[in-house]
Design a binder for this molecule. Structure first.
Ligand code: 13P
Length: 341
């Protein structure tokens, strides 16, 4: 496995591979399991994630790394093999979510700031020993223009925390994924998403420079520029690609090796089609790939439904979505490919 930060970061986005975000907190995975009527226990969470990590076609060919949760990085498969070893044996890199979640920002109703810096140096040292070579921290920026959300203070606080996290990761030999997510839940239009994401990325890179973070050893995990879900408008893949790429050219330095998108509540196929549209026009200054949670896992969760006899079906559903997103990361996806599941 690579050890230099820039080599790890390059491997995370190479060859049309992308990241599996399997780092749902216990509260979030419980919500996902509730939807498929599966009880969330230490063992059911393990069985579910083991199913994906043992889908060897997907893991070897389409997935460069997996973002784990604290519980999962310490768990063993049913046969006693550490889950981290299964991921590594497939040639993928283990990663870890290290933030403590978004909390209300005092003085700014409606805004949040992500917590978790206290004791982070010590936790990163432990995660390195457990095999993690990259980490994730998610800042959350909501849009509610009528209420003045987000405030400049919340963008500033989140980007400052992201920069302090990133510097601590690099000190520990871990590549930081910096994720300033502008939520797509609101009723805003695509141009408002553009403006808020622009303000966020400009602030983020100013803070990363100020914190002496080496950009070659980072990965950006952004939202796409897209209309809010409650706006009643669906942005076309062409418009998402055009506006997202224009924004990145204005704000993301060339030293950043790769951009791995979150799916953020887009449908499975929309997340794939939008990524494909961004890559279909040829090479960009950065690799553009996926770091999807929901858009990779909704299908396998449904196919599995908590039953051992459905493990093969769950793995097939996961492998299909991983292959679709791999093709999209290469700009080679076509709608007809969806039927080959
Ligand atoms: P979604 O793809 O479901 O948005 O999750 C990605 C992620 O890791 C958010 O932090």
């Amino acid at each position: 496995m690579q050890e230099r930060l820039e080599d790890i970061a390059a491997a995370m986005v190479a060859g049309g591979k992308g990241l599996l975000a399997a780092d749902e907190s216990s509260g979030t995975i419980k919500k996902r399991f509730d939807a498929i009527h599966v009880e969330s226990t230490e063992n059911s969470r393990r069985d579910y994630r083991e199913m994906m990590f043992r889908a060897s076609d997907a893991m070897k060919n389409y997935i460069s790394g997996v973002i784990l949760y604290d519980e999962t990085i310490r768990q063993k498969a049913a046969d006693g093999t550490p889950l981290v070893e299964i991921i590594k044996a497939a040639g993928a890199i283990p990663g870890i979510k290290v933030d403590g979640g978004a909390k209300p920002l005092a003085g700014f109703p409606g805004d949040t700031v992500t917590e978790g810096l206290d004791g982070l140096r010590e936790r990163l040292a432990e995660y390195y020993k457990l095999g993690a070579r990259f980490a994730k921290w998610r800042g959350v920026i909501d849009i509610d223009s009528a209420k003045g959300v987000p405030s400049a203070s919340s963008i500033g606080a989140n980007c400052h925390a992201l920069a302090r996290y990133a510097a601590l990761c690099q000190e520990a030999g871990i590549v930081p994924i910096v994720e300033p997510e502008v939520l797509m839940d609101g009723s805003h239009d695509i141009n408002t998403c553009y403006d808020i994401t622009r303000a966020t990325l400009l602030k983020l890179y100013a803070e990363l420079f100020a914190a002496n973070v080496k950009l070659e050893g980072t990965i950006l995990k952004p939202n796409m520029v897209i209309a809010g879900k409650a706006s009643g408008k669906t942005s076309s893949a062409e418009e998402v690609a055009e506006k997202t790429l224009k924004l990145f050219r204005e704000t993301v330095p060339l030293a950043v090796p790769g951009i791995a998108f979150l799916s953020g509540g887009q449908s499975d196929e929309q997340a794939t089609a939008n990524l494909n549209a961004m890559n279909a026009g040829g090479a960009q200054p950065w690799k553009l790939t996926f770091s999807y949670g929901r858009a990779l896992q909704a299908a396998p969760q449904k196919a599995w439904g908590g039953k051992a006899e459905n493990v093969a079906a769950g793995q097939a559903a996961f492998t299909h979505r991983a292959r679709m997103n791999h093709l999209a990361a290469l700009g080679k996806w076509q709608k007809g490919e969806e039927k080959t599941a």
